[in-house]
Design a protein around this ligand. Structure first.
Ligand SMILES: [Zn+2]
Length: 641
């Protein structure tokens, strides 16, 4: 992956060490690492507190009450026709929410939510026909082939992923059986004689059809659980089917022809572009194709970890370039799958950036609202602000804060419920060929798994990224020879182990030993304050995975009421526009830590750190806070000559 490492060096200058990947050969000899079943890693500390608060106070636990689009069940009340871009939308909304809600409720072990999720999943299972069909179409409209817009496989995949998540989290065989028989039926419907994707170049809308490439998400999961090669073979055929469509066609950024063209910029719907990475991660035998996709994506990535797109992908990732919440969730999910395939620690760095900056900066800490579109620098959050889609459709409203956004499209809010569960699920992997565990990203959590037949528990006691120390507690049921691979973040100028010995290999700390009973040790990550360039000039300020910004004082304005009392859409406005117009602060890169002192307040278990500014960078006349703590903010700074 030299190419993408070099591209990352250019974009994330100041945080980069060249990654040779030699040390990862033992992990990569089989091409990929093994994903651990959902529920193996459980959130603790602030991560669990935030997820529980989202369930109890936020929209995550009640999105079906708040939005009629989530309440409407197309899996039970099917469509008679397969055409029309908006026909399948409510199935996406409901499916993604149910998937996210199931992961939140079970990962947090929240009994009332767990029971409701289980009822909702049983209802979904009850919609299955005797031939196995799970989907949104009446028999007359099923399995349209090529050349027409349809959301058949996209919506099917949303149902299957909710079922597969439920199976892994609960062990219920009925949820796996339902997903498996539904997929087996679909596999019989498509093939060379009946392609899913089109063949003739078109610029007409094919949103649902091109989302359908993510049917590979369900295929990969089924392949992992069952070991049945038919699922992988179908995924490989499905990607070839996508590649057989003559360019240009909608959302064709990652098709083989366009990726082979170094002069062809990304320009599709950003959500499609980032979600299609997963089809490459699972079904592309050609790793250089993934390399090309990552190199292009980095050119559209902000220091906060987001791939821009409002909703189309265009322009440069400047501080005020907008990104969609859906693309944050889909990108994070894709990065986890890519990390599994490539074992590149830079992907762990990216996951942390995205989860701790862009994803927090576009939501309220209490989980009651998100912005559909947001940006690193945010001087207001107004319903009237235009974006590239509103200029075409006349529908504004993506920059405000909402629990549903269903006046535009209820896509981002359901997807937001999946974000932290995807982060937690991709914290740990296992090498395919040798006993061990790989820590790809960090945070308060507990891993329970089996290595070489032995029960292993690894606890991360930490407030990371709000502290630089992670206290590991490893417990094995019997003596076990095992390698623990700990990612060394590229932004660390040093890492230190206390209580165990390990050796550095490229960007991994490798602890190879005989583990007996319980062992506690500490990992300390030394993080200088640093700058990274923004496209078009100026810099971002970061420390560890966190991006720091200058807050702009703000007020809130209430907009339309939602279906549940006390819930409203909101706008954010600056209190005083002179704050917005103030001169951009100058920073001196020749001074250690840019002259900032780090101020830290301990994080209590009961709260989330994003509404308390528990970490600040302070120097004379300037206090910076994490992006997720500043609803309105300036992310751009200038360096003194
Ligand atoms: Zn969205």
């Amino acid at each position: 992956m030299r190419g993408w490492s070099a591209a990352r060096q250019r974009l994330f200058a100041g945080s980069v060490a060249v990654i040779e990947n030699r040390s990862m050969d033992p992990l990569r000899s089989n091409g990929i690492m093994r994903r651990l079943p959902l529920g193996s890693v459980r959130p603790m500390g602030w991560l669990r507190a935030q997820m529980l608060r989202d369930l109890d106070e936020g929209f995550a636990g009640r999105l079906d009450e708040l939005s009629p689009h989530v309440a409407r069940d197309l899996f039970a009340h099917r469509l008679e026709a397969a055409v029309g871009q908006t026909a399948w939308w409510d199935a996406e909304s409901r499916g993604n929410w149910l998937w996210g809600y199931a992961m939140l409720a079970h990962l947090c072990d929240a009994p009332a939510h767990r029971e409701r999720v289980d009822r909702l999943v049983r209802t979904l299972r009850s919609t299955q026909d005797s031939d196995g069909y799970v989907g949104i179409h009446a028999p007359v409209a099923r399995y349209p082939s090529g050349e027409v817009e349809n959301g058949e496989l996209w919506s099917q995949s949303r149902a299957l992923l909710a079922l597969l998540a439920h199976h892994e989290l609960t062990g219920e065989p009925a949820s796996l059986d339902a997903a498996r028989s539904a997929a087996d039926l679909t596999l019989q419907q498509y093939g060379d004689a009946r392609p899913h994707f089109g063949r003739r170049s078109t610029v007409e809308d094919r949103t649902g059809m091109t989302h359908g490439l993510c049917y590979t998400d369900a295929l990969q999961w089924l392949h992992e659980i069952t070991g049945d090669e038919r699922y992988r073979q179908f995924a490989q055929w499905f990607l070839r089917d996508f590649d057989s469509w003559e360019v240009p066609f909608p959302n064709d950024d990652l098709c083989a022809a366009n990726l082979a063209d170094p002069g062809r910029s990304l320009r599709g719907h950003a959500v499609h572009t980032v979600e299609h990475l997963r089809a490459l991660a699972f079904a592309s035998p050609d790793a250089t194709r993934i390399d090309r996709a990552l190199r292009k994506l980095l050119l559209s990535t902000t220091p906060s970890g987001a791939v821009i797109g409002d909703e189309s992908l265009h322009g440069l990732p400047r501080p005020d370039a907008a990104y969609e919440y859906c693309s944050l969730t889909e990108l994070l999910f894709s990065l986890g799958r890519l990390a599994q395939r490539l074992a590149d620690p830079a992907l762990g760095d990216w996951m942390e950036r995205l989860a701790f900056n862009a994803a927090q900066g576009a939501r309220q800490p209490n989980g009651r609202a998100i912005a559909y579109l947001c940006s690193d620098t945010r001087v207001d959050a107004l319903a009237s602000s235009p974006d590239s889609y509103s200029l075409l459709t006349g529908r504004h409203g993506r920059f405000k804060l909402s629990a549903t956004h269903d006046d535009v499209a209820c896509c981002c809010n359901p997807n937001a419920t999946r974000l932290l569960p995807h982060y937690v699920a991709a914290m740990w992997f296992a090498p395919c060929t040798s006993p061990g565990l790989v820590a790809m990203s960090y945070g308060p959590s507990e891993l329970q798994t089996v290595v070489a037949g032995c029960n292993v528990t690894v606890r991360q006691d930490t407030a990371y990224p709000f502290e630089d120390e992670i206290r590991f507690a490893v417990s094995v049921a019997a003596p076990l020879r095992m390698v623990l691979w700990l990612r060394m973040p590229a932004w660390a100028d040093a890492v230190e182990l206390d209580g165990v010995t390990g050796k550095e290999q490229d960007r991994w700390l490798v602890i190879d030993r005989l583990w007996q009973q319980d062992l506690e040790f500490k990992l300390r990550i030394h993080c200088p304050v640093r700058v990274e360039p923004y496209a078009g000039g100026g810099v971002a300020v970061l420390r560890g995975p966190l991006q720091f910004v200058q807050p702009i004082r703000h007020r809130t304005r209430t907009l339309r009421p939602l279906a549940v009392e006390t819930w409203h859409d909101e706008e954010l406005l600056p209190l005083d526009i002179t704050d917005v117009a103030a001169a951009v602060p100058l920073l001196d890169a020749s001074v250690p830590d840019l002259g900032f002192a780090t101020r830290c307040e301990p994080t209590r278990e009961s709260g989330t750190p994003w509404d308390r500014e528990s970490l600040r960078l302070v120097r004379a006349g300037l206090t910076l806070v994490p992006m997720g703590c500043a609803p309105l903010r300036r992310a751009l700074f200038l360096l003194r000559d």
